[in-house]
Design a protein around this ligand. Structure first.
Ligand SMILES: NC(=O)c1ccc[n+]([C@@H]2O[C@H](COP(=O)([O-])OP(=O)(O)OC[C@H]3O[C@@H](n4cnc5c(N)ncnc54)[C@H](O)[C@@H]3O)[C@@H](O)[C@H]2O)c1
Length: 258
């Protein structure tokens, strides 16, 4: 039986760790060629090794999504060799603080990676998808996109933009055969969360982990593979009727906490 994504090429930003890594592995299991972008070759290589263990095809690129000339260079290289059928805008960074604890530099950094990074990569890829007359884009938003999170002023700002950019892209490129959706995870147990706890709660990490787990009514954090499963569905033919939508995957955070 042929695999769902046989013959497709998927580009995943921030593919070296956490959710991005799980997405790369799932896409490879579904038969796609995976283009893994991350800040360093080393970060992306960890995922590449795991994709290789699955017998998957892959390429690795070091690229800061916030740097438009690096992004153009990488996209030129990739599109000289392959089509890009699916783009997963997953790279993202976090920040803790209300507006008073958010410096201008912090705000600019979150904007540069989470908002402009998505712009840089999508701009290059969407032109290419248009010429193909088809494409699928999945953006990694957050529960912060639609409800905001306490003490996450800059992060909520950036993820709100991811949600609205998703709807805008879906409208603008509907007639080009491009579907664009976003996913809004609650807390997912990845290095993103572990680093955040280590940095901000060095003395009471376990307590904080427990608290963050219980902030999902379901009582735990998501596993990265669960997010990858939803991505895989949205990239499949079964989801051909879905565009311009936001999918919370949050253990009941948005609906059951209110
Ligand atoms: N973990 C969560 O609880 C959670 C919840 C909701 C949304 N998200 C979002 O999911 C995405 C992935 O999160 P994660 O938990 O897997 O994080 P992670 O830190 O484990 O992985 C993020 C990856 O992105 C890469 N990256 C960061 N900045 C980059 C840049 N400028 N250019 C290229 N690559 C860059 C990092 O090197 C890393 O490999 C992020 O957009 C995050 O905001 C995470």
């Amino acid at each position: 039986m042929s695999k769902k994504l046989e013959g497709k090429t998927v580009l995943v930003t921030g593919g070296g760790s956490g959710i991005g890594q799980s997405i790369c592995l799932r896409m490879a299991q579904d038969g796609a060629r995976v283009i893994i972008l991350d800040l360093t070759q080393e970060a992306a290589a960890i995922t590449a090794e795991k994709v290789s263990d699955l017998g998957g095809e892959f390429e690795v690129y070091a690229c800061d999504v916030a740097n438009s000339s690096q992004v153009s260079q990488v996209l030129n290289e990739v599109t000289n060799k392959h089509s890009i059928d699916i783009l997963i805008n997953n790279a993202g960074v976090a920040h803790v603080g209300n507006i008073e604890n958010t410096s201008e530099e912090d705000l600019d950094r979150l904007y540069a990676v989470n908002v402009k990074g998505l712009y840089n990569v999508t701009l290059g890829v969407v032109r290419f998808m248009k010429s193909q007359g088809a494409g699928i884009i999945i953006n990694m938003a957050s529960i912060a996109s639609s409800v905001g999170l306490a003490d996450r002023f800059a992060y909520s700002m950036s993820k709100g933009a991811v949600l609205s950019m998703t709807m805008s892209l879906a409208k603008d490129y509907l007639s080009d055969g491009i579907r664009c959706n976003c996913i809004s995870p609650g807390r997912v147990h990845t290095p993103f969360v572990d680093n955040f706890i280590a940095k901000n709660y060095p003395d009471n990490g376990e307590e904080m982990f427990d608290k963050l787990s219980k902030s999902q009514p379901i009582g735990r954090m998501a596993k990265p593979e669960e997010i990858a499963g939803l991505v895989a569905y949205l990239c499949s033919e079964e989801a051909a009727f879905i565009t311009g939508s936001n999918y919370p995957i949050d253990g009941g955070f948005i609906t059951l906490n209110s």
